[in-house]
Design a protein around this ligand. Structure first.
Ligand SMILES: CC(C)(COP(=O)(O)OP(=O)(O)OC[C@H]1O[C@@H](n2cnc3c(N)ncnc32)[C@H](O)[C@@H]1OP(=O)(O)O)[C@@H](O)C(=O)NCCC(=O)NCCS
Length: 207
């Protein structure tokens, strides 16, 4: 997928106010589908996220993420208050939420909602290092169509311009082949020390 940043697209500062979004780039897939790249989600997009997270037919979301609890049953406002920064891809023709990548400061290796409990935010000075978590989602019909590598890389680069000392980590189920493949392609490396492979918790980092 080719991503073209918009002129003056860096004129925002994170975190954005809740439900604000900024159109930072345009993207076009190999198949010629066009997308907006946004930082932040507006209320309509949060509505879509809630619906997608509750979709029982989406086995990948239900089996591999805690989104049903996080966004489906939980309040976006509470999640956003954890200092999370979402980036999304919106399909231009249909306005469909196509993909989501989010970041936020979180201690390295701390298990996600799927593997335990969502982190309660602590004062930022208490964080030992500048570790920021990365989480990725793509939604049907675009999942598995090769959008995620460039979109995730672009989002990481944009985020890093504002959090210059950020080091990235991500935690996943080691049986979840698409995310392991995606993160490996993004040059994340396995962090054995913080993984718990007997419980399928795989941690990967990129400094
Ligand atoms: C993980 C996820 C974001 C990856 O997005 P995607 O749309 O599949 O990404 P892409 O199409 O860009 O593919 C990424 C890589 O995974 C590979 N892949 C995709 N599906 C695969 C599968 N079922 N088995 C093995 N590899 C797979 C692709 O081939 C591609 O590698 P390649 O470029 O070398 O061919 C997406 O599958 C998803 O949202 N899953 C549900 C939510 C989830 O599990 N998120 C991660 C929680 S930790």
């Amino acid at each position: 997928m080719k991503i073209t940043p918009k002129k003056d697209s860096q004129n925002f500062s994170l975190p954005l106010p809740i439900f604000h979004s900024v159109h930072i780039a345009d993207a076009i897939s190999k198949e010629g589908e066009e997308f907006d790249v946004l930082v932040g989600l507006n209320k309509e997009q949060v509505g879509q996220l809630k619906k997608l997270s509750l979709d029982k037919n989406d086995i990948d979301i239900q089996n591999h993420t805690g989104d049903r609890e996080r966004f489906g049953k939980g309040l976006y406002e509470e999640w956003y208050a954890l200092n999370r920064t979402p980036f999304c891809l919106i399909h231009k023709r249909t306005d469909a939420l196509t993909a989501l990548v989010w970041f936020g400061r979180k201690d390295l290796g701390k298990k996600s909602i799927k593997f335990g409990k969502e982190e309660i935010p602590t004062n930022r000075t208490l964080f030992e290092h500048e570790w920021h978590t990365v989480s990725c989602r793509s939604y049907p019909p675009f999942r598995g169509t090769g959008l995620m590598q460039n979109f995730t890389q672009f989002s990481m680069d944009t985020y890093k311009k504002q959090f210059t000392s950020a080091m990235f980590w991500t935690g996943m189920d080691d049986r979840n082949k698409p995310i392991v493949r995606l993160m490996t392609k993004l040059e994340f490396e396995v962090d054995k020390e913080n993984s718990d492979l007997s419980n399928n918790w795989l941690v990967m980092t990129k400094k």
